[in-house]
Design a protein around this ligand. Structure first.
Ligand code: IPT
Length: 978
C-alpha cells in the first residue's frame, strides 16, 4: 500500500527534524549532499513552530529532505497600498498553483530620513509575512538594498541621494546606511523564517543585478559585507543574488561568505524578447564566458526573475507607451507556455515570474521611465482581476507541486519530433519521461513523439508538456498526449487531472495488470483494453470524467480530462485531514475540513455549479460560511443542488458635476511670505551634477526635498537691461517648469528627452529661456518664482550613482545682466505619517492639506470641470462621493480621466488624501487609475481632490472624470479602511 501524501510529508518532516537535531541541518557549515527520497513534495508551508531544513543539490531545493520546485510569483506590497488586499492577491496566487511569493522591500518606502524607519500601516512588512504564511506560500525576500524595480532611485531613499560615498560599493559611509536598513528589515524577517517554523521565508536575496565591480574588491567586499550583515542579523535561510542574465556573476565561492558553504545559491534573471524563440539557458544552456552550464554546476537552476510581462513607458512622441494591454498581448498565455516550459526544460526548478501582480506605483513611487500603473501585463491585473494568463500558471503550478518527478530531471536522449523543437528529459529515480514540445513557427504543427502513440498538436508560437512512463498516484500513465495537472487522493478514490485545448482529441494510456472496469461518467470518451494497457480516448470539452476501477489497483481512479478553461475551475487544496478538490466557482480561496464539513471560501462572478471531492466521510459543504444543500454525485463528489449565485450589479455615482474649485500658487506673487522657506545657501553637493561656478546649490534634495513639486523664489535687486533669463533644470523625463517674474507668467517649459540613449538611466536636463518683459527690465526689487515638477530620481542600474543626479533647478543666468539672486525654496512638508514619504510633493495645496478628506472646502467656488480658461499654474478640484457596494461584493473600481489630447495639463489624483498617481493629458497612455479598496471606501464617503497643473499654452481640463467598474465578484476578502 502506498503512503498518502499527508503521511509521507509528516514522515519526511520527522526525518528532517532528526537530521537538524543531529547537527547536519541548515545551520551546519559543511555541505554534505543530503540523502534524497523521491516522493511527494512537502505539504504547503505554514508557521508551524517546527524546525525545517532548507538545503539543495544541483537539481532542486530540498526542504526537510524533500524536493521542492519553487513556482513563485512576484508581488510588491508597496504597489498595493491596502494590506487587506495583500491577502486577496496572495490567496489568488496560492489557488492558481503558485507555492511562493517573491517580494522586493523598498528602502525608500520605509525611510523618510536617515535613522527613521516605519513599518506600520501600508508598510507593515510583518503583517505581509504573516499573511503569506497563513496563505501557505513560501516567501522569497528581496530587500536590496538596491532593487531597481522601476521605482524612484531604484529603491534608495531620497535622503540617500545626498550622502557621501559611492552607492553599491564597499564605501564605508554607504555601508553604514545599508546596515541601518538591513538591521530594520532583518529584525522583522528573522521572526518569519521557515527554518524555525516562525514563518515561511525560504530564501533571501542580497543586492540585485549587481554587475559592476564583479571582479574588483569594491564589489566583492560589498557583497561579503551584505552577506555577513544578514547572517549577523540572524537570517539563516539560503541567500542568493539575481544576476543580470546567466553571466556567472556571484556564483558560490566568488566572494567571501564567511567560510559557509551550501547556503548560497546562484540565481540569474531573464527578460527575453517575446518575438524571438526562447533562449536555452539554465543548467543545460548557454551563457557568457563564465555562464551557461558551467556557471554554477552544484546549485539548482534558479531564475529569481523571469519576465511575465513588461513595464510600459510614458506615451507621447518620446517613448510611445502603448498601455498594458500590449504587454499582456505580447506575453500572453502561449508566451508563458513557450518560455516557462523552456525554462523547465533547461533545468530551472526555482522559477519566479516578474510580475505576477504588478500593482500601482502610486504617489511618487515610479522611476522616471514609468507612469503610475505597474500592471505589467501580469497574470493578475492591476485591478486584482484574474486574466487568461493564469491558465498555464495554474496547470503547471499544480503539476509541479502534485507530481514530484519534475523536481529531478536529467537531459535524456534527443528525440526528433518533426516540425517542433523537442526537449526530452527524464527522472533518473522514477524513469518518468518528460517532453517539452515547442512550436516557434506561425502555423500549428501536428506531429508524433516516440513512445507516445497518439498525435500531438502544438499551436503556432506555443508549447506543451507531455509525460510518459509517469506514476500519477498509484497508476502509471504509459503515455498521454494531454498534459498532466495533478494527482491526489480524495476519500476512497484517486483523482488524476489531464488538460489540453478545447476540442482536442486526447489519448491516455494507463498500465493495468488486468482488465479494469471503466465507465464514462461525463463527456465524450471511449476506452479499449489490450495487453495490459487501457487506452482512453476523449475529445476535450468541459470536464470529461472516466472512472477506472480494478486492473490491479485497489483504489479506484477518477480520471478528469479538462479543457484549458475548465482546468481553471478545478481547485485542489491540501488540508491536514486530506485533499480537497473543488470544481466550479471562479475562485476557491481556502478549504478547511472540520469533522464532516468541508468549508470553502471563494468568489463567483457568474452563477456557478459547485462540486467537491473531499476526505472520507465528509457530508457537508459550506460556501463563504453558508450551508449548502448537496447531493452525492456519480463521480464520488458532493454537488450543490443549487448554483452559487453570481455577483449582483454595482452602482457607481456620476462625478460629472458638483465640484468645488480653487486656484493656488500664491508663491508666484510678490506679496507671498517665504521667510520660513529654506535659503539656498549651500555651495557643495554630493550630487553627480556639478554645482555651477559662482552659484549656490539649487538642487532640491540637498535641502531635504525629495519628492514631487518644488518651488523656488529668487529675490534680486535689479533687472535693468536683462533681456532674458535661462533656467537650467533637471527632473527626469516629463518634467515641467513654470516661471513667473514679479507675479507675471514668463511661460512654461517641458522636459524633452535630450539623452535618448537610455530610457532607464541618465539624467534628463534642459534649459528654459524666457524673455524678460520690457516693463520689468528695471531696478527692483524683483522676484523670480519657479515651480519645478520633478519626476523622481534615476535608478542606479549601472552602479554609477545616477540616482544622485540633481533634481530641481540647477543654474540660473540672465542675458545682458547678472543680478545677484538670493534663492529660497520649498518642497514637500514633513512626511505624512500614515501615507508615507512618497505621498506628497510641495504644492501649496499639498502643504496646506487641500488633498485631505478633512479639509474644509466650503468656501471654494462651485464650478464645472471643463474650463475654457488658459492659466499658467495650479488649480484644485474637490468633491465627495458615496459608494454603497454590497458587503458581499468585491468591486474593483477605477477613476477615468479623459480629454482632448491637445490640452497641456497634468493631474495629481488624491483619493481620501492618498496620491493615486499622475495623469498627463497630452502624453498618456494611462487614463484609468485603479483605486484600491481600503483607501477607497466601497461603503461610505470618499473625497476626491485633483491638483491640476496647466502650462498656460492651452485651455485646461480635465473635461471628463468618472468612476468605472474594473471587475466584481461575490466574495472577496474583508477590507479594513485605511
Ligand atoms: C530587472 C530588475 O531586476 C527589476 O528590478 C526590474 O527593473 C525589471 O528588470 C524590469 O521590470 S533588470 C533586467 C530587465 C535587465
Amino acid at each position: 500500500m502506498g503512503l498518502s501524501r499527508r503521511t509521507f510529508s509528516a514522515l519526511a518532516g520527522t526525518t528532517a527534524l532528526g537530521l537538524a537535531l543531529g547537527g547536519s541541518g541548515a545551520a551546519a557549515c559543511a555541505y554534505a549532499a543530503p540523502t534524497v527520497p523521491t516522493g511527494p513534495a512537502p505539504a504547503p508551508p505554514a508557521a508551524d513552530g517546527r524546525r525545517h531544513t532548507i538545503e539543495f543539490d544541483r537539481y532542486s531545493l530540498l526542504v526537510d529532505g524533500s524536493r521542492l520546485v519553487v513556482w513563485s510569483g512576484e508581488l510588491h506590497p508597496f504597489r498595493l497600498p491596502s494590506p487587506s488586499l495583500w491577502r486577496d492577491v496572495l490567496q489568488k496566487m496560492r489557488a492558481h498553483g503558485y507555492n511562493a511569493v517573491s517580494i522586493y522591500v523598498s528602502w525608500n518606502y520605509h525611510s523618510p530620513a536617515a535613522g527613521s524607519y516605519d513599518f506600520t500601516g501600508v508598510r507593515d512588512l510583518d503583517l505581509f509575512l504573516t499573511m503569506a504564511a497563513e496563505t501557505g506560500l513560501y516567501v522569497i525576500l528581496r530587500p536590496g538594498p538596491y532593487i531597481n524595480a522601476e521605482i524612484d532611485a531604484g529603491g534608495y531613499p531620497g535622503w540617500l541621494t545626498v550622502t557621501k560615498g559611492t552607492a553599491r560599493t564597499s564605501d564605508p559611509t554607504y555601508l553604514s546606511y545599508v546596515d541601518e536598513w538591513f538591521t530594520q528589515v532583518d529584525a522583522i524577517a528573522a521572526r518569519h523564517q521557515y527554518t524555525d517554523g516562525a514563518g515561511t521565508i525560504l530564501l533571501y536575496q542580497i543586492e540585485n543585478e549587481y554587475n559592476a565591480y564583479v571582479d574588483q574588491p569594491a564589489g566583492r567586499d560589498y557583497m561579503a559585507h551584505l552577506y555577513a550583515k544578514v547572517r549577523a542579523d540572524g537570517i539563516d535561510v539560503p541567500l542568493f543574488h539575481n544576476d543580470n542574465g546567466r553571466n556567472g556573476y556571484w556564483t558560490p565561492g566568488s566572494f567571501d561568505t564567511g567560510g559557509e558553504q551550501g547556503r548560497w545559491l546562484y540565481g540569474f534573471d531573464g527578460y527575453p524578447s517575446p518575438s524571438q524563440p526562447p533562449p536555452d539557458w539554465g543548467n543545460f544552456g548557454i551563457g557568457g564566458a563564465k555562464g551557461g552550464a558551467t556557471a554554477s554546476p552544484d546549485t539548482p537552476g534558479f531564475v529569481p526573475e523571469f519576465g511575465g510581462g513588461w513595464f510600459d513607458p510614458w506615451g507621447g512622441v518620446e517613448f510611445k507607451g502603448k498601455g498594458y494591454a500590449e504587454s499582456r498581448r505580447t506575453r500572453d498565455a502561449a508566451y508563458e507556455r513557450r518560455f516557462y516550459l523552456t525554462n523547465l526544460a533547461n533545468g530551472i526548478t526555482l522559477h519566479n515570474v516578474y510580475m505576477t501582480y504588478g500593482g500601482t506605483s502610486w504617489g511618487w513611487l515610479p522611476a522616471p521611465c514609468v507612469y503610475t500603473s505597474y500592471d505589467y501585463g501580469a497574470a493578475i491585473d492591476e485591478a486584482r482581476q484574474p486574466t487568461a494568463k493564469l491558465i498555464p500558471m495554474h496547470q503547471l503550478g499544480h503539476l509541479l507541486q502534485y507530481v514530484p518527478d519534475f523536481a529531478k530531471l536529467d537531459r535524456a536522449a534527443d528525440v526528433t519530433v518533426t516540425g517542433l523543437k523537442a526537449y526530452h528529459l527524464s527522472n533518473p529515480d522514477t524513469g518518468a519521461q518528460v517532453y517539452v514540445l515547442r512550436n516557434d513557427g506561425t502555423k500549428a504543427v501536428t506531429s508524433t513523439v516516440p513512445g507516445i502513440d497518439a498525435p500531438v498538436t502544438v499551436p503556432a508560437k506555443d508549447a506543451r508538456l507531455l509525460a510518459a512512463g509517469i506514476q500519477l498516484g498509484r497508476r502509471k500513465v504509459r503515455y498521454s498526449n494531454a498534459q498532466p495537472m495533478l494527482a491526489l487522493t480524495a476519500g476512497r478514490q484517486e483523482i488524476v487531472v489531464l488538460t489540453g485545448p478545447t476540442d482536442e482529441k486526447t489519448v491516455t494510456a494507463l498500465e493495468c495488470e488486468g482488465e479494469p472496469t471503466v465507465s464514462v461518467l461525463d463527456g465524450d470518451a471511449t476506452s479499449t483494453y489490450a495487453d495490459g494497457l487501457l487506452r482512453i480516448e476523449a475529445q476535450l470539452g468541459g470536464l470529461t470524467r472516466v472512472s477506472v476501477s480494478g486492473g490491479g489497483v485497489a483504489t479506484p481512479l477518477l480520471l478528469l480530462l479538462a479543457d484549458d478553461e475548465t482546468s481553471l475551475r478545478l481547485w485542489p487544496y491540501d488540508t491536514p485531514s486530506g485533499s480537497v478538490l473543488a470544481y466550479g466557482p471562479a475562485l476557491v480561496r481556502t478549504a478547511t475540513v472540520t469533522g464532516v464539513t468541508v468549508a470553502l471560501t471563494g468568489d463567483t462572478v457568474e452563477d456557478a455549479e459547485l462540486e467537491v471531492w473531499g476526505p472520507r466521510g465528509f457530508l457537508e459543504v459550506t460556501w463563504n460560511d453558508n450551508d449548502l444543500t448537496t447531493a452525492a454525485a456519480p463521480s464520488g463528489s458532493l454537488r450543490a443542488t443549487q448554483p452559487l449565485p453570481g455577483v449582483g450589479p454595482v452602482a457607481l455615482p456620476s462625478l460629472a458635476d458638483g465640484w468645488r474649485k480653487k486656484a493656488e500658487n500664491p508663491e508666484a506673487a510678490l506679496a507671498f511670505d517665504d521667510s520660513a522657506w529654506k535659503t539656498a545657501d549651500r555651495t557643495t553637493s554630493f550630487s553627480t551634477t556639478p554645482v555651477p561656478a559662482g552659484q549656490p546649490v539649487l538642487f532640491a534634495d540637498d535641502y531635504g526635498f525629495h519628492y514631487g513639486d518644488v518651488w523656488y523664489r529668487g529675490h534680486f535687486a535689479d533687472a535693468s537691461g536683462a533681456q532674458s533669463v535661462s533656467l537650467a533644470y533637471s527632473t527626469g523625463t516629463q518634467g515641467l517648469l513654470l516661471a513667473w517674474l514679479d507675479g507675471q507668467p514668463l511661460g512654461a517649459h517641458r522636459m524633452p528627452v535630450p539623452d535618448k540613449t537610455s530610457v532607464r538611466q541618465g539624467s534628463w536636463t534642459a534649459t528654459a529661456e524666457f524673455a524678460v518683459p520690457q516693463a520689468l527690465r528695471t531696478s527692483g526689487p524683483h522676484l523670480l518664482s519657479v515651480l519645478v515638477r520633478r519626476m523622481q530620481h534615476d535608478m542606479d542600474g549601472k552602479s554609477t550613482d545616477t540616482h544622485k543626479a540633481a533634481r530641481g533647478l540647477t543654474a540660473v543666468t540672465f542675458k545682458e545682466a547678472s543680478p545677484k539672486v538670493s534663492w529660497r525654496l520649498q518642497g514637500e512638508a514633513a512626511a505624512d505619517p500614515v501615507r508615507g514619504p512618497l505621498n506628497n510633493g510641495g504644492l501649496y495645496g499639498e502643504r496646506n492639506g487641500w488633498h485631505l478628506p478633512e479639509f474644509g472646502d466650503g468656501d471654494w467656488a462651485l464650478g464645472d470641470l471643463a474650463t475654457t480658461e488658459k492659466r499658467q499654474g495650479v488649480t484644485w478640484y474637490r468633491r465627495g462621493f458615496k459608494l454603497a457596494v454590497d458587503s458581499g461584493i468585491d468591486a474593483s473600481i477605477g477613476l477615468i480621466l479623459n480629454d482632448d489630447v491637445a490640452r497641456a495639463y497634468r493631474v495629481q489624483i488624491f483619493l481620501n488624501g492618498w496620491n493615486m498617481g499622475q495623469y498627463i493629458n497630452d502624453v498618456g497612455p494611462q487614463h484609468t487609475f485603479v483605486l484600491p479598496n481600503g483607501i477607497l471606501r466601497t461603503r461610505g464617503s470618499n473625497t476626491l481632490a485633483l491638483a491640476v497643473i496647466s502650462d498656460g499654452t492651452t485651455a485646461s481640463g480635465p473635461a471628463e472624470v468618472g468612476l468605472t467598474l474594473l471587475g466584481s465578484a461575490a466574495g472577496g476578502v474583508p477590507v479594513t479602511t485605511l
